[in-house]
Design a protein around this ligand. Structure first.
Ligand SMILES: NC(=O)c1ccc[n+]([C@@H]2O[C@H](COP(=O)([O-])OP(=O)(O)OC[C@H]3O[C@@H](n4cnc5c(N)ncnc54)[C@H](OP(=O)(O)O)[C@@H]3O)[C@@H](O)[C@H]2O)c1
Length: 170
């Protein structure tokens, strides 16, 4: 999963992001380009029509609505079907790109989290689900300082799911 999250878990409000961080957008684009991306219907609709589907990526939108279609994108009704589609396409890394409802679904099956940890708290309506650091190990952290174009300091962090051994130790 790939997400930018405030210190209080905040990820969105009014079906929009809470910050403007161009270098995080750049990171998102570079990391996901060439891959299958899976998004909830609300997040997809929050992308301006002229920018969607996100280019050079297979966009899969999850919805319960069996009638809905989006030009240039695939619509599916189960996260598992989207993952299976990506696997059958030979994908090694498929990205769940939000929002809150879809991260909640994905947390059980994801094996890597690309978290941009924004160093501030935000008033929000949508939050990233709580996850236990016992189940995830930090494998990379890079800081991006606050500057003229970035109102907040943030870290690009990668967490991998801990591999459980048969005796229950990790
Ligand atoms: N900070 C970040 O990195 C980041 C990233 C992405 C999004 N966001 C923010 O997150 C917010 C949107 O998140 P959200 O939680 O409101 O909505 P969402 O997760 O983007 O989309 C929710 C929709 O997904 C569909 N859905 C949910 N569960 C499903 C299931 N089990 N099977 C099939 N379809 C399912 C439903 O569509 P239908 O109603 O059509 O059935 C539901 O309304 C926005 O503010 C956005 O800006 C932030």
């Amino acid at each position: 999963m790939i997400v930018a999250v405030g210190e209080n878990g905040a990820i969105g409000k009014n079906n929009d992001l809470l910050w403007h961080l161009p270098d995080d957008m750049k990171f998102f684009k570079e990391t996901t380009t060439g891959h299958v991306i899976i998004t909830g219907r609300k997040s997809y609709e929050s992308i301006p029509v002229k920018w969607r589907p996100l280019p050079l990526r297979t966009n899969i939108i999850l919805t319960t609505n069996k009638a809905i279609e989006y030009e240039g994108a695939l619509v599916m009704h189960k996260l598992e079907d989207a993952i299976t589609y990506a696997r059958e396409k030979g994908e090694e890394e498929v990205f769940i790109i939000g929002g809150g409802q879809i991260y909640q679904l994905g947390l059980n099956i994801a094996d890597r989290l690309y978290l941009t940890e924004v160093k501030a708290s935000f008033e929000a309506e949508v939050f990233f689900p709580a996850f236990s650091k016992d189940e995830w190990v930090e494998i990379e952290r890079r800081n991006h300082p606050k500057d003229d174009k970035h109102a907040h300091n943030f870290d690009f962090v990668i967490y991998d799911r801990r591999i459980k051994e048969v005796d229950g130790k990790s």
